[in-house]
Ligand binder design. Sequence first.
Ligand SMILES: Cc1cc2nc3c(=O)[nH]c(=O)nc-3n(C[C@H](O)[C@H](O)[C@H](O)COP(=O)(O)O)c2cc1C
Ligand code: SF4
Length: 434
Amino acid sequence: MFEEVLFKNRRPDRPATLDEYRQSGGYEALIEAVKQRTPDEVRQLVTDSGLRGRGGAGFPTGRKWGFIPADAGFPRYVVPNTDEMEPGTFKDRVLVNIDPHLVIEGIILSGYAVRAQTGFFFIRPSYELDAQLIEREVEVARQAGFLGNNILGSEFSFELVVHRSAGRYICGEATAQVNAIQGNRAHPMKDRHMASDGLWHRPTIVNNAETLACVPHILRQGAEWFKGLARTKTGAGTKLYCVSGKVNQPGCYELPIGTPLREIIEGSAGGMMPGSELKAVMPGGASTAYMPAKYYDVEMDFDPLKAVGHRLGTAAIMVFDQNTCLVAATLNLMEYFARESCGYCTPCREGLPYIRDLLWRIEAGEGREEFIPMLQQMARHMDSSYCAFAPGAAESVLGLLKYFLDEIREHISQKKCPFAEAYRPHRKLWYPAE
Ligand SMILES: Cc1cc2nc3c(=O)[nH]c(=O)nc-3n(C[C@H](O)[C@H](O)[C@H](O)COP(=O)(O)O)c2cc1C
Ligand code: SF4
């Protein structure tokens, strides 16, 4: 029987308090680290554990921390990323509400590992109550001596500031986040090496909140224990899977990383809704391509998904059934992505509204066969954009074209949406129909 790790202090009605967190071993990792481990030892342990970032890209966490040059100066910063604007993704919010001190301890430990002095807890404005919760618990941690100057009598000092985002999807991208925190226009900066040239041109490490919550457990129970939690040979740890759509029990579930999709849907999520058959999922949020039902048994981990041409992303599994129009679903997403484009580069700023309008016309029964190669070309063009936002936005379109071309063609030949519940956004097209 699998025992939850990140969710082990879950209570039905409220977040765990500092005392409850401490009774479960909380802050022991920090106490041991500042007294008995060097920052390099902490980083090495995290490297050995095989922890990969949970924010979407899956980059090895210890390796990222090691990018800070040995001779880099001070101050240094860490940025716990709880922006979480990827549609379908709500795990960081759930985590913060279950065990705020687990996240806070993870942040402090990451600060210790990279010798940072300040952390900016970056959170989206619609998570205002969660921001207030973290602010309150940060103060509790400070009163207990886990934050502030000379933590637990050591030479390590660390402050944590809660920073509310201005509320755009791009603010979650690490380099755009630097601009956002500094009060600049939040466009990405791909030429900046964050480990030496981040916030105010100082060394800066951005990590997802779930990633950081794994760190206290790794320090307490070891790298091998963490690796052993995974269901896959190359995986490590547990994973928070957000399941939404046509299932009986949508929710956020902690399971060993690599748990097969079938087990997640039929087990934790209570199976498909009555009358629903699985048609496709988005395995990792709105920036990942539709994955058809033939992959029902794939292990939900970075490498197995990559092996079948898909991505784990944020592990937000969106479930679609036979009655869901995927043209409409993709149009819905394109409405979002076109609106959230930061406008900094042309392919994304101009291309996403164009894709959106082609889909709108197909869904409205105005589609033509030549729209298909146009969609293909426009979606592929997103690779020439400046940051990862646009290629991510295009993934659903490419997945639709790859696996559900017949569904697009049915819209075109029938001159209407073949599904009963067609999606009709109340909005004018940018490009009027001739
Ligand atoms: C458009 C865009 C939005 C992103 N939003 C988030 C986010 O809300 N939270 C997050 O942790 N990472 C987000 N990322 C990924 C971050 O750039 C970064 O890779 C991540 O925070 C690093 O943390 P990790 O290594 O722990 O995964 C986003 C990336 C892109 C391209
Ligand atoms: S791809 Fe989109 S979000 Fe990224 S820089 Fe270009 S316009 Fe901005």
